[in-house]
Design a binder for this molecule. Sequence first.
Ligand code: 2AL
Length: 246
Amino acid sequence: MHIRIINPNTTASMTEKIGEAARRVAGAGTRVTATNPRSGPVSIESHFDEAVSAVGVLEEIRAGEEEGADAYVIACFGDPGLFAARELTRAPVIGIAEAAFHMATLVSTRFSVVTTLARTGIIAEHLLATYGFAHHCRRVRAAEIPVLDLEDDGDAAFRRIVAECRRAKEEDGIGAIVLGCGGMADLTGAIRDAVGLPIVEGVTAAVKLAESLASLGLQTSKHGDLAFPRPKRFTGQFEHFGSRGA
Ligand code: 2AL
């Protein structure tokens, strides 16, 4: 099977890192490709960044449909464009936040999220509520690192994440930690060793869930709200979206 991983930000080094983390856990019969939109923010750390990036995600889904991808992973912790992406394809589309939340509840009754900047915490909180996981999450914490510091100053970022994870372990009454950024995908093992808790990382969780869905023959339902969008005209720079539909 072919899993197409979409890093919604435009930082190529992060896309590469995400692809490598995914390939490390993918099964022998799984081909992983990692892409990012041509246009958009270099990192996603606000509602504005997220809204702009969602259009790029949808462009990448359309490109994946040309290639016949079997499943998609949206590799940003805000899951930008997730439900819209599901409308564009029969293949499963999995967001890394939802994948991590699901997996965390299978290994612990309560978890905390450790994300990048405190201002992005509200995005995770909204998703926890939307997906029905709020009851399982004790706290959304931030290591106070800008996303691109994960690329540019990895050692310092790692230390701050581990320190926050240790505080979560001591203070939150939790059994597991969810890492709150796609750019942390390469750090999972080292954080687990340093903290001594199950560390659930969304990119790898999403790859294994995508493989599970594919092996069960489960695709995105086209009955109801996730049906292909009704054909209609789009104008201006989005004119090309108008040719799609049922
Ligand atoms: C993210 C993420 O996963 N990638 C990105 O650019 N921003 N989310 C986050 N909370 O830092």
